[in-house]
Design a binder for this molecule. Structure first.
Ligand SMILES: [Fe+2]
Length: 395
C-alpha cells in the first residue's frame, strides 16, 4: 500500500456534559470568538449559552445565527461581516452540519479576505482561522472532516453545491456531547443518521480507503445501524444517542481520510436542484447505488452486510431496509417527477462528476449512467433502468 495521510482534529472531547468545557477549550485557541449557528439552535438558547460560556472564560464573543438552511455564500458573507466587526480570531460552530460547514467557510473568509468561491475544489484554501466545532446532530461528521459544502449561484440561475476540501478546514477542537442530540426532531435525526451511515459505507468502498479508515468505517456501521430506527421514531434513549454520536464521529474520521463516492456526488445536485436535505438525499440514493456497485466490489459489500448484522443477506437489501425504517420523505414530496428530473438530470450528472466524489466509486459511472441512477432511485417506474456493464471492478 502506498503511504497515505490521515488527519484528525488535535483535540476531541467526547461525553455527556462536554459542552460545559467550551470556555476551557476555547481559550487554548483564541481571544475573540464568533459563534456560528442556525436560528433553531439560537432559539433553543444554545448559541447564547455558548457566548456566555466563552465570556465567562474571558473571551470576547458574538453570535451569528443566520444559517437557516444548508449554507449559501450569502450566509457566509453575512457571518464574515459579524466576525470582522468583532475582530474574530476563532470561529465556534454549534449545530448540525450546516452550521459547522458555514463556520469553516467563514473562518476561511476571515483569514484570507477572499471569497469562499475561490476555494471550490481540493486544496485551494490558503488560510483559515481555528474552528471549534460542536455538533448537535449525529450525522455529517463535519466536526472532524477536512470538507465544507457551500451553495453558490450557478450560471443560468441554477444553484451549485461547492465541495471544498483542505487540511486547513479540519477543526482544531471538537466537543461531542450526546446530550445535545436530545433536542433533534426525529426526522432530522433520521436524515443525519442515514448521512453518517452513507459516509461509513462510501469510505469503506472508496478507492482511497486505507486500513485505518476501513476499521473506522466498519465500527461506525456497527454503532449506527442498530440505533437509527429508534432515533427516527423519536424513541432514542441515552445509550442510543451515545452510540449514534460515536458512529457518526467514526464515519466522519473515515470519509475525511478516504473520501465519499458516488452517492454523495449525486446527493449534492439533488439538494441544490430540488431542496432535498443532505441526509435524505443520500438515503433516497443509497440502496440504488449499492446495487449498482455490488458487482464491482462484492467482498467489500459482504463485509458491510456483516457489520450491518446479517452476513447472509445482500447489503442492498439491508441498506434499503434501514432507509425504509427511517421513514424518509418520498421523492415526489420535493416535486421530483419525470418531467422535472428529465430536464435537470443532465446538469445534475455533470455537477456530480465535477465534484470529484464519483471518481472514488468502486464502479465508475459516466454521465448517462448517473442520469439513469437518478431515474431508478427517484421515479416510481425507475426500476426498469438497467446497467449491463461493470467498469472499474475492484475485485
Ligand atoms: Fe454527507
Amino acid at each position: 500500500m502506498l503511504p497515505r495521510t490521515f488527519l484528525l482534529p488535535p483535540r476531541l472531547r467526547f461525553g455527556e456534559g462536554g459542552i460545559r468545557e467550551l470556555g476551557a477549550e476555547a481559550v487554548r485557541l483564541g481571544r475573540r470568538a464568533l459563534v456560528v449557528s442556525g436560528p433553531k439552535t439560537a432559539a433553543l438558547g444554545r448559541a447564547g449559552a455558548a457566548v456566555d460560556l466563552l465570556r465567562l472564560a474571558g473571551l470576547q464573543a458574538e453570535a451569528y445565527s443566520g444559517i437557516s438552511a444548508e449554507p449559501h455564500v450569502s450566509h457566509v458573507d453575512e457571518g464574515t461581516l459579524v466576525g470582522r466587526t468583532l475582530g474574530a480570531d476563532l470561529v465556534v460552530g454549534i449545530g448540525g452540519g450546516s452550521a459547522l460547514d458555514a463556520a469553516k467557510a467563514i473562518a476561511v473568509q476571515l483569514a484570507t479576505r477572499s471569497p469562499i468561491t475561490d476555494c471550490e475544489g481540493q486544496d485551494k484554501v490558503r488560510a483559515a482561522l481555528p474552528v471549534l466545532a460542536i455538533p448537535t446532530t449525529a450525522g455529517t461528521g463535519s466536526e472532524v472532516t477536512r470538507f465544507t459544502v457551500v451553495t453558490r449561484p450557478g450560471d443560468d440561475g441554477s444553484q451549485v453545491k461547492m465541495l471544498i476540501g483542505s487540511p486547513l478546514l479540519v477543526p482544531r477542537t471538537a466537543i461531542l456531547d450526546p446530550e445535545l442530540l436530545l433536542s433533534a426532531p426525529p426526522a432530522a435525526a433520521a436524515g443525519a443518521g442515514v448521512d453518517a451511515l452513507t459516509h461509513a459505507i462510501e469510505a469503506f468502498v472508496s478507492d482511497a480507503a486505507q486500513p485505518l479508515t476501513d476499521d473506522l468505517a466498519l465500527a461506525a456501521i456497527r454503532h449506527l445501524a442498530p440505533h437509527l430506527a429508534r432515533a427516527a421514531k423519536g424513541e432514542a434513549q441515552a445509550e442510543d444517542l451515545g452510540e449514534l454520536m460515536l458512529g457518526a464521529l467514526q464515519a466522519g474520521m473515515a470519509f475525511s481520510n478516504a473520501s465519499v463516492a458516488l452517492v454523495h456526488g449525486m446527493a449534492r445536485p439533488l439538494g441544490a436542484c430540488f431542496g432535498v436535505p443532505h441526509g435524505v438525499a443520500n438515503g433516497l440514493l443509497l440502496a440504488t447505488v449499492v446495487e449498482f456497485n455490488l458487482p464491482a466490489a462484492p467482498e467489500r459489500y459482504a463485509r458491510i452486510a456483516q457489520a450491518l448484522g446479517e452476513e447472509s443477506t445482500a447489503a442492498t437489501e439491508l441498506v434499503a431496509r434501514i432507509c425504509t425504517a427511517c421513514s424518509l420523505p418520498d421523492p415526489a414530496s420535493f416535486g421530483i417527477d419525470d418531467a422535472r428530473l428529465g430536464r435537470l438530470a443532465p446538469q445534475m450528472a455533470r455537477d456530480a462528476l465535477r465534484s470529484g466524489s464519483p471518481q472514488h466509486n468502486p464502479r465508475l459511472a459516466g454521465a448517462e449512467e448517473i442520469e439513469a441512477l437518478y431515474r431508478k432511485a427517484l421515479l416510481p417506474d425507475g426500476s426498469q433502468e438497467s446497467f449491463p456493464r461493470a467498469r472499474g471492478a475492484l475485485e
